[in-house]
Design a protein around this ligand. Structure first.
Ligand SMILES: O=c1[nH]c(=O)c2ncn([C@@H]3O[C@H](COP(=O)(O)OP(=O)(O)OP(=O)(O)O)[C@@H](O)[C@H]3O)c2[nH]1
Ligand SMILES: [Mg+2]
Length: 201
């Protein structure tokens, strides 16, 4: 089986990349499998910049092609926050429940019509031998007032997807992978991925 390295230490992302890449015939390895001590600082000012930083650093470290994901939640009533700070919104220790609680607190008293938001995912594909490629995907939603659902990760329990009539965390992995920002970005990467891998051989 072919192998793809995803430059992430996020278990939720790792699980989603596994179910997205398996049908394409790829085994997924993440930094959790390879070397959890590696830490790439996310000093960029956009999702794309951070995805490129992670992908290029890990591609150079392992000497082969790598995919990185930088993603987050954009809330209109919060001027786009938490945005690129989604993972560390309530502190550097990256606590999903605390991050979600902070967003809910900041939206207190805001009516449903003004709780519009989107998840955004930038993927970067990098290699020591080729020009880095980036793609992106997004999905619209509304920030619920009360969390619901056990699936997914991050802000999924408060992200209501109108077209599905449920919270992202109430979807099984197949349902989330049919509509998510990450799945859409990966679809955009798909054709380019084959060509890029040919360029490696
Ligand atoms: O409810 C969610 N469903 C999703 O599908 C999703 N995708 C991203 N996010 C949020 O955005 C942060 C990414 O930040 P991020 O790209 O820096 O990743 P991270 O720091 O967690 O891991 P790494 O890939 O950098 O190692 C995550 O932690 C989450 O808070 C999501 N929340
Ligand atoms: Mg990160």
């Amino acid at each position: 089986m072919k192998t793809v390295i995803i430059a992430t230490k996020n278990k939720g992302k790792a699980k989603e990349f596994e179910s997205l890449f398996h049908p394409k015939g790829y085994q997924v390895l993440t930094l959790l499998d390879l070397d959890p001590s590696i830490d790439v600082e996310e000093t960029g000012t956009t999702f794309e910049e951070n995805a490129i930083l992670k992908a290029e650093a890990i591609a150079n470290e392992f000497g082969r092609f790598v995919v990185a994901d930088d993603s987050g939640l954009i809330v209109d009533a919060l001027d786009g926050r938490p945005g690129i700070y989604s993972a560390r919104y309530a502190g550097e220790e990256k606590n999903d429940a605390a991050n979600t609680a902070k967003v809910l607190e900041e939206l207190e008293g805001i009516p449903d019509a003004q709780r519009t938001a989107r998840f955004y995912c930038a993927l970067a594909l990098a290699s020591p031998n080729q020009q880095t490629i980036t793609v992106s995907g997004s999905v619209d939603g509304i920030i619920a007032k009360v969390p619901s659902g056990e699936n997914g990760f991050g802000y999924d329990p408060v992200f209501y997807v109108q077209e599905k009539g449920k919270m992202m965390a109430e979807m099984d992995s197949g349902e989330k992978n049919a509509i998510s920002h990450r799945a859409k970005a990966l679809k955009a990467l798909e054709e380019k991925l084959d060509q890029f891998i040919e360029g490696e051989e």
